[in-house]
Design a binder for this molecule. Structure first.
Ligand code: APR
Length: 178
């Protein structure tokens, strides 16, 4: 696993993961950045994904895939993280599902190199220390499956956030390349 500080929309990988809204019609944060760089075809493609209930194309913890259009990445995997509500509403399990299900979708599409943002750590308010531990633990476990992407990049937007990932890696005995 690799930790990069920067903008996920600039990566030439097989797939980048979007921290999306359940409607999959864009929003702020990394979602906005991805839509902006991918261009309007991404929104059209998201609109075509079926609604499983009114306004919901991807429930919390699940993942959907579209092409990357104007991005350097071939695909976008859209996942919806949990909104942090104090930690007593299965937020940890939901965040784990985001990482697991995104890796499963990537495996189904034969993606080898995939990049994740810090899902739920912006607008959705998940504490970074806990989110970093969940991300690393879940991704390391998912990589035990030989069909899962073997090159996973965690893309952290700000330097001050990266420390949480280094600390989590230490605690879990994982090695993160820079
Ligand atoms: N590259 C990498 N990381 C980024 C980028 C970028 N270009 N832009 C923002 N981030 C980081 C933020 O700093 C944060 O750490 O992504 C992390 C996730 O933040 P959000 O994008 O706010 O995602 P999230 O907390 O999961 O909230 C999702 O926000 O905009 C809406 O539609 C989105 O409703 C959904 C909600």
């Amino acid at each position: 696993m690799q930790l990069l500080i920067g903008d996920i929309t600039t990566l030439a990988v097989d797939g980048i993961v979007n921290a999306a809204h359940p409607g999959l019609l864009g929003g702020g944060g990394v979602d906005a950045a991805i839509h902006q760089r991918a261009g309007p075809q991404l929104l059209e493609s998201c609109r075509k994904l079926p609604e499983i209930s009114p306004g919901i194309r991807c429930p919390t913890g699940q993942a959907r895939i579209t092409p990357g259009f104007g991005l350097m990445a071939r695909y976008v995997i859209h996942t919806v993280g949990p909104v942090w509500r104090g930690g007593h509403f299965h937020e940890a399990e939901a965040l784990e599902s985001c990482y697991c299900n995104s890796m499963l979708v990537a495996s189904e599409y034969g993606l080898h190199r995939i990049a994740f943002p810090a899902i739920s750590c912006g607008v959705y308010g998940f504490p970074l220390d806990q989110a970093a531990r969940i991300a690393l633990r879940t991704l390391a476990k998912a990589q035990d499956n030989s069909s899962a992407p073997q090159h996973v990049v965690l893309v952290i937007f700000s330097t001050s956030h990266a420390i949480y990932y280094w600390q989590a890696a230490d605690a879990l005995g994982l090695i993160l390349s820079g």
